[in-house]
Design a protein around this ligand. Structure first.
Ligand SMILES: *Cc1c(COP(=O)(O)O)cnc(C)c1O
Length: 351
């Protein structure tokens, strides 16, 4: 017996590499947005009164919750704000998955879900996706303690139609269904319009991908007032002041600049569609993407070899050495110039 035996041991989530190499790199490995935040964000940060940093921030992130609620047509108390959606999701797992019956999520999905489930000792079952990596809705009509679905899914990029999400939510009135919509702005159908229709639905989104603010750490959940109250109670049992003054100011500005958001997201979507075609020409099978990344497998060359080669060219993409997906690359959509460079390097390597 030693003190080691009394320590909680966890296997943590492994985020994408933040490369530390000399010279110019093309970073397409963590699904960050390729364009800077809105100019209004810069302005908001510049005009932030430094004296406010002396004070604790708004404990419910009210200015930001209000701005998000207004944008999506909800009330402030139907919105919960957290330090990135990872924080929102972790708190949601702890709050809503308190059953002894296993929760359900796909076998191929955001790899943080099983980490949180293990951490909080939540029993879970990883439900295999179909061979084409789509969700079979019927798999989620069995007894369970809760459901979490990333829609569009990661790392596959495949979106589930809203009718299917509704079918799952409707079939599970006794548990909470969390829909993780980190990528929804790039082509998915949001379940937000279902929030007022189903009390057991919680929709989670983030500013990290489509709102160009991964470094600011802002995520949010929308659900009925009762769910948001329970979620807030758990948050207030861990850390009251999660959202700092800068994140609050930047977040409000980011959500208010609708024009910039629409324009830059459209640019990413157009680049994705272009890159998709180029990759197909190069012999890749590319899954249909509704996100700011593509998931692709080459017909002749192993994904790991391509991954390693790209690294030598200072191009970083994501490779998962995992069952069923170990011959795929997840490639974030960068600027058009970055994607042209990628295609050129791949052309030389594969010819
Ligand atoms: C990126 C991502 C998140 C979390 O991102 P945050 O930066 O913590 O907001 C959550 N879910 C999925 C599926 C993601 O890809």
């Amino acid at each position: 017996m030693s003190y080691i035996d009394n320590i909680r041991k966890v296997v943590p989530y492994t985020p994408g590499e933040q490369p530390k190499v000399e010279g110019e790199i093309i970073k397409l490995n963590t699904n960050e947005f390729p364009y800077p935040p809105s100019a209004m964000v810069e302005k908001a940060l510049e005009s932030l009164d430094i004296d406010t940093l002396r004070l604790y921030p708004n404990v419910t992130a009210a200015p930001l919750a209000r701005a998000i609620a207004k944008y999506y047509g909800f009330e402030e108390d139907e919105v919960f704000v957290g330090v990135g959606s990872d924080d929102v999701l972790a708190n949601s797992f702890l709050t809503f998955f308190a059953s002894d019956v296993p929760i359900l999520f796909p076998d191929i999905t955001y790899s943080f879900y099983d980490v949180w489930a293990d951490l909080y000792k939540i029993p879970y079952v990883r439900v295999p996706l179909k061979d084409d990596f789509t969700v079979d809705v019927n798999d989620y009509k069995v007894k369970n303690g809760g459901i979490v679905i990333a829609n569009p899914n990661a790392p596959t990029g495949i979106a589930l139609p809203l009718e299917s999400i509704e079918e799952i939510v409707k079939a599970n009135p006794d548990v909470i269904v969390i829909v993780d919509e980190a990528y929804v702005d790039f082509g998915g159908e949001s379940a937000l319009p279902l929030v007022r229709k189903y009390e057991n639905l919680l929709v989670v989104q983030t500013f990290s991908k489509s709102r160009a603010a991964a470094g600011m750490r802002i995520g949010f959940a929308v659900g009925n007032k009762t769910l948001i109250k329970y979620l807030s109670d758990v948050k207030f049992s861990i850390n009251s002041y999660t959202m700092n003054q800068m994140a609050l100011a930047a977040g409000v500005a980011a959500i208010e600049d609708k024009e910039y958001f629409k324009e830059t997201v459209t640019r990413v979507i157009n680049t994705r569609n272009w890159a998709n075609k180029q990759l197909v020409k190069l012999g890749f099978n590319v899954l249909p993407s509704s996100t700011n990344f593509v998931f692709a497998s080459h017909k002749d060359v192993p994904a790991r070899d391509i991954f390693e080669y790209l690294k030598t060219k200072n191009i970083f993409v994501r490779y998962f050495n995992k069952d069923r997906i170990d011959n795929y690359l997840r490639i974030t959509i960068g600027t058009k110039e970055q994607m042209e460079k990628l295609v050129k390097v791949l052309e030389e390597y594969l010819k």
